[in-house]
Structures are given as structure tokens and as C-alpha cells.
Design a protein around this ligand. Structure first.
Ligand SMILES: O=C(O)CCC(=O)C(=O)O
Ligand SMILES: [Fe+2]
Length: 266
């Protein structure tokens, strides 16, 4: 895993709200992560979130055909934990975001199945239980991601003008532009990635993905992160119920059980 980032990459991330990291993983590492992901997915069945939220199960909705989605694999699988909650990952993401410490929010595998629906334009951070301008996600291609099979698109610079208003991922791919009409003229960046490449995007950068027009899956492993010292905003997202019930708006989200600190400069 190549976690060295150049000043140029940091500047690009800060300016555009995303950066693509070519050759982030070796073939051997992709194989190791893919095996861990597939093992976890098989273990979870229709359950979407490992270690909690038993009510979140896969159905047959439009959304369920955007991608196969399974979250918090790290709670089941030590290989996922080693890569995504390791200090090297944490340090790299802190450098990109310009922050001093970072906690895991949730990981998720997003596997656009053959003929999978497009992923509507959206922001990530407004879905989460904290609001931060420095939250971010890494998205790693476990299969080559192409324009044909539903690679990501980013809308450069949108993290700078986004609020926490958002839309759901549904049939209408463009409803985000009703909320942010000023973004209608921005040209999207196509994030085609070879197997093992990664994209890192700010939680307020608009992004989406095309449909999968091929008979093969487009599998990705992703993980979302929260800067150290963020506070609960009252939203549930995917927090386990027994933990959620203990939280009051404004509490620091510092559970070592659910959102462990993975790196801190202090
Ligand atoms: O993989 C996709 O289609 C969407 C990815 C995404 O929205 C994310 O990683 O935040
Ligand atoms: Fe997203």
C-alpha cells in the first residue's frame, strides 16, 4: 500500500476536493483485500451492517440495485481492519485533509452488479452523524473501474461551496442540482481507475457513478473517516442503537469501540 503523498497531491486534494492515487495497492494486496471482502459479504448474508443495525437488510428496491452495499466489515475481518484502520492509512489521510487525528466512521464495500443502476449525484458527509468540512473517504477499485462499468465522477471544487443540504440516492440522478443550481455548469472529472488505484474525496465533494453496462461486477472497497474531535449532530446513520441511545447532540464522537482513533499526531 503506497501511502506516500506528494505536496502536489495534497494541493490537488485541497483544491479539487478529491485526488486519485494510481497504483495505491499492489496486485497481491488487491487479491488479499478482495478475498477478505468476499468472505465478509458471504458471512453477512442480506445483513447490511456488521455488528449492529439488524433492521438494515438488502431488499429489492431501486437503491438495492445501485450496488451491493455491506458496511463495517472491519468489525468482522482482521485483514480489512489491518488496511483500513491501520496507522499508515490514517497518517496519509490526515496529510491530505490537513488534520491532526482521524477516526474511522464506517467502511463499506460497494459492488455495482452487472447492469447495476447509476449512483445519483450526492454528498456523503450530510448522511453521517457529525458535520465536518474535513471528513473524507477512500474508494479503492478491486476491479478496474471504467466508464462502461460505472466508475465514479467527481465535481471538482464543490466541497468549497457545499452546505449540509443533500439528496438521497434514488432514480433521479440529478436532484442534487436542484439543491445546488450553481454547480450545473461544472464539468465532472471522470475517475476511471485500474485495479488497485484509489480515489480520496472530501465528504462534501459532489460525486456519483454511471450504470454498469457490462455483465461483470464493478467491486470497490471504501472507507469513510471522521476527523478527531467531531460532535454528534443527532442523526442516526449507522450507529448501533445501544450506542446511539446514549448520545446527546453536541457529544464528542469518541467511542473507541465503534469509531476508533486510527492515527493522531499528538
Ligand atoms: O461506488 C459508487 O458507486 C459510489 C461511491 C460513493 O458514493 C462513495 O464512495 O461515497
Ligand atoms: Fe458517496
Amino acid at each position: 500500500m503506497n501511502t506516500n503523498v506528494t505536496q502536489e497531491q495534497i494541493d490537488a486534494y485541497q483544491r479539487d476536493g478529491y485526488v486519485i492515487l494510481p497504483d495505491f495497492l499492489s496486485e497481491v494486496e488487491v487479491d488479499e483485500i478482495l478475498a477478505a471482502v468476499e468472505e465478509s459479504v458471504a458471512q453477512m448474508g442480506k445483513q447490511k451492517v456488521a455488528g449492529g443495525n439488524k433492521d438494515l437488510v438488502e431488499g429489492e428496491s431501486y437503491y438495492d440495485r445501485v450496488f451491493l452495499q455491506r458496511l463495517n466489515l472491519w468489525k468482522l475481518n482482521d485483514t480489512i481492519k489491518k488496511y483500513f484502520l491501520g496507522p499508515k492509512m490514517g497518517e496519509m489521510l490526515c496529510k491530505l485533509a490537513g488534520i491532526d487525528g482521524i477516526r474511522v466512521w464506517h467502511d463499506q464495500t460497494l459492488q455495482k452488479q452487472p447492469w447495476g443502476n447509476p449512483t445519483a449525484w450526492h454528498l456523503d458527509n450530510p448522511y453521517w452523524s457529525f458535520h465536518s468540512k474535513n471528513a473524507l473517504s477512500i474508494w479503492i477499485a478491486l476491479d478496474e473501474a471504467t466508464v462502461q462499468n460505472g466508475c465514479l465522477y467527481y465535481l471538482p471544487g464543490t466541497h468549497k461551496t457545499a452546505s449540509y443540504d443533500n439528496v438521497d440516492i434514488r432514480e433521479d440522478i440529478a436532484s442534487l442540482f436542484d439543491v445546488y443550481p450553481q454547480w450545473k455548469k461544472i464539468e465532472p472529472a471522470v475517475a476511471a481507475m485500474k485495479r488497485g488505484w484509489a480515489g480520496v474525496h472530501n465528504g462534501l465533494t459532489a460525486h456519483g457513478a454511471g450504470p454498469n453496462m457490462t455483465p461483470f461486477p464493478r467491486r470497490a472497497m471504501t472507507c469513510a473517516y471522521m476527523p478527531e474531535g467531531e460532535h454528534f449532530n443527532g442523526q442516526q446513520n449507522i450507529l448501533p442503537k445501544d450506542y446511539f441511545d446514549t448520545l446527546k447532540i453536541g457529544d464528542e464522537l469518541n467511542s473507541e469501540e465503534h469509531n476508533p482513533l486510527i492515527w493522531s499526531s499528538k
